[in-house]
Design a protein around this ligand. Sequence first.
Ligand code: PEP
Ligand code: MG
Length: 591
Amino acid sequence: MIIQQGIPVSPGVAITKAFVVDATDSRVPRRIVPPSMVAEEVDRLKKSLDQAAEDIQHQRDVASAKLGEDLARIFDFHLGMIRDPHLTDQFVMMIEEDRVTAEYAVYFVMQRNAEKYKNLDNAYFRERGTDVLDLQQRVLALLIGSARKELNQISGTAAIVAHDLTPSQTAALDKDKIKAIATDAGGRTSHTAIMAHALGIPAVVGLEDITSNVATGDTLIIDGNRGCVVVNPDAAKLMEYRQYVRKLERFESSLGGLAQLPAVTKDGTPITLQANIEFPDEVATAVSKGAVGIGLYRTEFLYLSADSEPTEEDHYNAYVETLLALDGKPLTIRTLDLGADKLVGYDGPPIIDLNERNPFLGCRSIRLCLQHLPLFQTQLRAILRASVHGPLKIMFPLISNVMELRQAKMILQDVMEDLEDQGVEFRRDIPVGIMIEVPSAAIQAKALSREADFFSIGTNDLIQYTVAVDRSNERIASLYSGAHPAVLQLIKDVARVSNREKVELGLCGEMAGDPAFAMLLIGCGLRNLSMTPPALPEIKNVIRAVTVEQCKRVARKASTFDSDRQVLNFLRDELRKVLPDVADGRSIAIG
Ligand code: PEP
Ligand code: MG
């Protein structure tokens, strides 16, 4: 039995078999396969080698036609090597004798061959060492790629153990089969974590080397509440967890009745609880959990899960479907927030520069839209056309200065005029707001309030930019904290300005769905929270157990501490006083 600690990002506990997917970009762990799987591994290896040979031959043909036969010959070394039966024998022998995965055999044998070349005196042969590593990466990508494609062809249920998953891979997981996720990489509010939470799949990330310690078929306990993974638990651990799962189920069903009750504090202040979604089909769950609207629709997921670039009709259909599912409840559509960790899943025009040095500080989100006007205009046209089907608002992400907002609004105005000229129907009075997720926007809230109908604080990004910690980097995850006094100060300031300038204010980062922060946020003046749907009942539970006065006191006291640890401990203690069950391990914390 091994127990590993990571970062809990999606609550719940699963006890199930593991399905391991290796990484393409790091050292491949040595994993042993059961004797019954050896033939399957050899088969996977041979298929990948054949595919690699076919791909290289194709590239050679293209190079020969375009650049001439002389240059095309550079592919001959790769071709000769991939077709060398002696090399194939080395892989097969290792799989059969050492019972390792095809990935490990390819990794190990080619690493050894590359070293041999690199130690030679002759410069030509030393260069070949690089070719061998190139070929190694090509075959590994094929092996691992096919394993990833098989994720949803798993028979029965399993927990995915992977180095990392992209947001679109996570979004595509079949919930009936994939019961939990454990990854080496990832941070608290990476989009993979957000997707897992939205799907209701327990997840632990940032485990660093879980892929080295687990083999496909191992039994796992993935505890998304406490952030630990137990590999091959003994009987006592299994018993302990089975009891814990039953306790969680009882707690879960005790919250079930809350969906129909109003989200009102004990002293009668209503709090608007809305949901964050990535796809139209999430509306039904959101409403069933008690959402009175959608406070954040992450429309970029249309691009993440598409096979080709979405058209205006694709946008329009998605928005109308969402509005119809909401049946009159309000919808806040956030314009495309592509870039950073949200990359398109298809080959198309290179909108996003994959080689950008600092993608989180780069041409992402509204910046990308303002540099690719057709992309932006297509989406805005579709939103405007959809506006006749229900109440919607438009929200621009990552606004970092006033000019950016003015520019975005001007483009919206142009699109409106075009539609008018063409006699297309739309609503002119759509509220236009922005996300406050960059410190410059929080500090300049007053100036922005003159241009925006509403603000929504995006704490996921606001935290990363305030404390300078990449939200998806597990190595510095302990520094990523919503309880950091500087973050609290910015939230308080924005709330004060919004109140004074009469700008509608909401908060839609993951912090909104964390029970530990609920009292603090209400105490700061927030009356509109939007969160991942599974978190709604628990937050409503807290709201109904507290008074605004109590929350104000908590907010005042929280701002007197100077470390995030003190803030978090204080917030948990205060929550424990009103709801001991929620505070003790059930919740996942941002801090
Ligand atoms: C945020 O940054 O808080 C947010 C809600 O947007 P996203 O998580 O999509 O970046
Ligand atoms: Mg954001």
